[in-house]
Every structure is written in C-alpha cells, then in structure tokens.
Design a protein around this ligand. Structure first.
Ligand SMILES: [Zn+2]
Ligand SMILES: [Zn+2]
Length: 351
C-alpha cells in the first residue's frame, strides 16, 4: 500500500497538482489555526508572565497602580519585541521556516505523500516538534536571563565581615569593574548586554540575549527540540532520496543536495551542541565555568592538588537543579518554579 501511495505521491510531485494545493491548505490550517496559535498564545502569556515588577504594591491606589502596570507592561513589551529585530534572530526564523517547508512539503511529500496516513502522521509529528522548537526560541529571546539586584551584598559571615577574599563557602568574592558592584557566585559581566548576568553561560547572538539563570532551561530545550527536529528532517531526506530515481534528472539531484546539505550540517552541529550541554548540566557547569575550571585544574595539578568544580554536587542533583525535580516538566521551557534566586547555590562544601 505504501508503495502505491509513494508512486501516486511521486507522480503528483512532478507538478503542482490539485492534491498539492489541498495538502498546502490542510497543513497551513493545522499549523496556523491549531499549533501555531497555541505557540503564539503561549509566547504572549510568557511575555506577560515574566514581568516581576508589575505585581501589586499595597502602597499604591488601585487606579494609579493599574496605570503603572499598563505603562510598565507596554514599555517592557516593546523592549522584548525589539529583541526580535536582529539579523541573526530573523535568520533563525528563516532557517526554521526553510527546514519546516522542505521537510513537510518536499521530503515527506515525495516520500509517501501528505495525503497518505504515514505522510500525515509524520507531518503532524514534525509540526509538533517544530512548534515546541519555536516556543522554546520565543522563551529564550524574551526571558531576562537574570540581573544582579542592586541591594546585593556578599555574605561574608564567618570571615569576620572584613574585606576578605572569600565568603562563607570559601568562594572568591568578585567585584565587577564595569558595574562597580559585587558579583554573586557564578555571575559574570556581559559586554554585549552591558551588565552582570546571574549564572551566565554565554551571550548568544542567535537569540539576541544572554543565556543565564532564568533562560538556561529554555535554551537547553531549544537545542533539544532543534536537534530532534533536524535529525527527523535528515531521516525524511534519506528515506525520500533512497526511493527517488535521479537518473537523467540532474536538476532534481542538485535541488536535493541544496535542501539536504543544510539539514545534515544542522543535525551534526546541533547534536554536538546538545551533547556539550548535557555534559555541562550533569556536571553543574556553565560554559564559562568549564573554561575557568580547566585552567584551575591545570594550576592545581602543577601544585600537586586535585581540583573539583565547587557546584558539582552529584549527577542527579546537578540535573534537577537545572531541569527541576519533576521529570514531566523537564521538557517544558517555562517550568522554572524550582529555580531559587540565582545568587545562592548548593556547593560541595555544604555536604
Ligand atoms: Zn558587571
Ligand atoms: Zn549578554
């Protein structure tokens, strides 16, 4: 049955037939009216849900408080929208659109046809994965990675409160030369953002934002869904290419190479990035801490000592500190209720 459907599909893909037009309409309807709307709605909710200062203040009257909220909300909303006005961010949108289009309307269509049950199911699964990827991307872009509170002062209890070089956990007290303020452990100054970021991992141009304490989980889910999506796309490409007859069809061959090369390159790049972040999460490290740790380990070895990353408590605790203790919420980019303040972290000195 699949062979017959594939033959029909191949026959129909030679030109833009009526079946093609119906498929386009069908999947546009599914995506834009169903999952697309869900993603957009969820993204808007995330935007409004992430305004910490709009919560009620008992000192204000009801009307002035509403005005304050509306003005603050609009200002923050416009600031968050501006984050999308960046060439790399728009390039990511274009790339996601390109991969989605060629996977559904070229690879799946030419493989089994979108009208077949196998084609519809594959297209639906891929659309769901693409929606999760877009949603994680939205959350990454609009979520503040975490700023150091102006009232922050290091806890020097146990060191006599004097101008010592380490706090009660033995961590080095760090002061930011640019912000002229103390930095909590794991915070770093981002030159692009022009401020210190809590548990900073790196500044990512592709999301036009820092990856820090509050959006690291969304960044991880973005990489995860993007990896799964691109590998899915590659599998569809290979399945399709194996049954295509390219004899005497050079243009079709070139078209497949043009479409397939980016998906294969993307799959390998994203899989490597995913593996890297799985390693970092299981060791409770950020990218910056990994490089700092490499140098510290080298210095320790020279002195005949052993170096251990201070925030590496145990593999399971390391994972749950980033993704949460509820495994069902590990794959939801907005499930961050397990995160505390981004200033205090359990260390191996505590146990
Ligand atoms: Zn700073
Ligand atoms: Zn930054």
């Amino acid at each position: 049955m699949l062979v017959t459907l594939a033959q029909i599909s191949l026959g129909s893909s030679a030109g833009l037939s009526m079946g093609w037009a119906i498929n386009v309409k069908l999947f546009n309807s599914i995506y834009y009216l169903g999952l697309g709307r869900l993603v957009t709605f969820s993204a808007i909710l995330t935007i409004f849900d992430s305004f910490p200062y709009q919560r009620s203040s008992p000192a204000k009257t009801r009307s002035s408080h509403i005005c304050y909220r509306r003005a603050g909300t609009l200002k923050t909303f416009s600031m968050k929208c501006k984050k999308f006005l960046s060439i790399p961010v728009l390039a990511v949108f274009l790339l996601m659109g390109f991969v989605y289009y060629i996977t559904v309307f070229v690879f799946i269509e030419d493989w089994v046809g979108l009208q077949s049950s196998a084609g519809s199911l594959n297209a639906l699964i891929f659309t769901f994965m693409a929606s999760l990827c877009v949603f994680s991307f939205f959350v990454c872009v609009v979520t503040d990675p975490g700023h150091v509170p102006s009232s922050y002062a290091p806890d020097v209890e146990g060191t006599g409160g004097s101008d010592q070089e380490s706090d009660k956990n033995g961590e080095q007290l760090k002061q930011c030369d640019k912000c002229h303020a103390f930095k909590p452990p794991r915070a770093h100054h981002c030159r692009v953002c022009g401020r210190c970021v809590l548990r900073m991992d790196h500044h990512c141009i592709w999301i036009n934002n820092c990856v820090g304490f509050w959006n690291y989980k969304a960044f991880f889910t973005l990489v995860l869904y993007a990896t799964i999506g691109s590998i899915y796309s590659t599998v569809m490409l290979i399945s399709c290419a194996f049954q295509m007859d390219f004899t005497g069809r050079l243009a079709l061959k070139v078209f497949y190479i043009f479409c397939g090369a980016p998906t294969v390159a993307l799959s390998s790049t994203l899989a490597t990035l995913l593996g890297w972040h799985v390693y970092l999460i299981t060791h409770n490290m950020t990218t910056i801490e990994y490089y700092e740790g490499t140098r510290a380990a080298w210095l320790a070895r020279k002195s005949g000592l052993n170096y251990r990353h201070p925030f590496d408590v145990s593999a399971y605790k390391n994972i749950t500190s980033v993704l949460g203790s509820n495994m069902l919420k590990w794959f939801c980019p907005t499930a961050v209720s397990h995160l505390r303040d981004g200033i205090n972290f359990p260390t191996s000195h505590d146990s």
